[in-house]
Design a protein around this ligand. Structure first.
Ligand SMILES: Cc1cc2nc3c(=O)[nH]c(=O)nc-3n(C[C@H](O)[C@H](O)[C@H](O)COP(=O)(O)O)c2cc1C
Length: 191
């Protein structure tokens, strides 16, 4: 969890598109949460693999419990960071399924969203995810993007590289830019 200083902290939800235990994208988001400066609080959602497969039929009643918790986390957040692998030149099914659950609700509309990416590859997935996210929210920020070449690294090595190593300044620059975007688009007043 990032450095919360009080009730006015900006709350970001960082969603990993990977359900893999040792995921580089999840590890990147966890490391980013650790280095977040005071005033930015980041929670990591690594549960796309636990959501049931979306069907509009399931929207008739109350959402399944895991979906309800996911929607509430989205609703509480001032902005979303998404980091995902590419699978077969596309968005992994679990992440697309998670986004599909949000489409007919109100929480994703107008939510600021930016991408991170833990690989030097994956252009097709990135293009598709940009299209999907800019469809579900008018506040997708295509120019706020951080890509780090972390493929095949362990979560421990990623924590070290982001926390104390080469990538710390890039991560802090990304967070500064995205926090400014969230505040400028009305999520929270400036601190
Ligand atoms: C089923 C599967 C399909 C993949 N397809 C692609 C692909 O089309 N293009 C690519 O660049 N990488 C592909 N990869 C590699 C992953 O995108 C890459 O290992 C990524 O860094 C994994 O992210 P993670 O560590 O967060 O799970 C694939 C991996 C798997 C398991």
């Amino acid at each position: 969890m990032g450095g919360r200083t009080g009730g006015s902290a900006l709350r970001l939800l960082a969603i990993s598109g990977s359900a893999r235990r040792a995921s580089t994208n999840t590890a990147l988001l966890q490391a980013v949460a650790e280095v977040a400066p005071p005033g930015i609080e980041i929670s990591v959602f690594d549960g796309v693999g636990r959501l049931p497969v979306f069907s509009p039929d399931l929207e008739d009643g109350p959402p399944p419990p895991g979906v309800q918790a996911f929607m509430e986390a989205i609703a509480r957040a001032d902005g979303l960071i998404v980091a995902s692998p590419e699978y077969v030149h596309a968005i992994p099914g679990g992440l697309k399924n998670a986004i599909d659950w949000l489409v007919s609700g109100e929480h994703i509309i107008g939510k600021p969203v930016a991408l991170m990416h833990a690989s030097h590859r994956g252009e097709n997935m990135l293009a598709a995810l940009r299209l999907v996210l800019s469809t579900v929210t008018e506040r997708f920020a295509p120019d706020i993007f951080l890509r780090l070449p972390l493929m095949k690294m362990t979560p421990e090595a990623i924590m070290e590289a982001v926390g104390a190593g080469a990538y710390r300044d890039e991560v802090l620059g990304f967070l500064d830019g995205f926090a400014g975007y969230c505040r400028a688009t009305g999520a929270r007043p400036p601190l």
